[in-house]
Design a protein. Sequence first.
Length: 278
Amino acid sequence: MKRFVLTIIIITISMQVMAQKKIVQTAGRAQLGEFAPEFAHLNDDILFGEVWSRNDLLSLRDRSVVTLTSLISQGITDSSLKYHLQAAKNNGITRTEIAEIITHIAFYAGWPKAWAAFNLAKDVWADEVAPEVSDEANHLAFPIGSPNTAYAKYFTGNSHLAPLTPKNIGEGEQTALPMSNVTFEPGCRNHWHIHHGARQMLICVSGKGWYQEWGKPAIPLKAGDVVDIPEGVKHWHGAQKDSWFQHIATHVQVENTCPGSAPNEWLEPVSEEEYNKL
């Protein structure tokens, strides 16, 4: 019985130690140890050594989100923000998540502050983006563009967007038929959705993908295929599991809508069960 109780105590202590990861910080002493030793002590031993180390009460990941929100809201975009962006990455925040976090902060803290934060975040997460994209880029016909953060909540997986601007269009001029290249990473697809007031046209340019209308079987897509999506039809499109996929998307006017645009009605995601049957 005593051995059993002792074992439980040891396990409990071990779990507490594992849950509370001690943060070791030396930047204060390294940079200000002689000039401001008390500040260095508070920075290294109290802020990081005690507060950040209470990760059994609030995870390091959550502390990173709180810290980034505070710094960006104050307009602090110096090396301290870059340090905490790197810490956030180390604490498990992904490229897609940091893009969504800063986008959310922008509505409360201000657009210019978000722009400044994004400039630093792109550098911190550059090594995560470059290797996975660069290898595929050699085999894709069109530019990949930037992460499609504005519509990320309507996609499962990561997508990228590259507006296609005619070379002969001057500044301030508008093309009659705006087009964008959408790149889907393997397994990425958008949610079920409906376009109102326009037909959508998809021109497939690279990789392998899927298109499906509600109540109909999914259609496999490859480079050279074209999809004409009628107005008001519920549908989704995206990449196959093992392939990147690119298509050019534009819209053809129906009724009195602006050329190249179509109001979207976003609906439920394509479930894993539905997708994995394909």
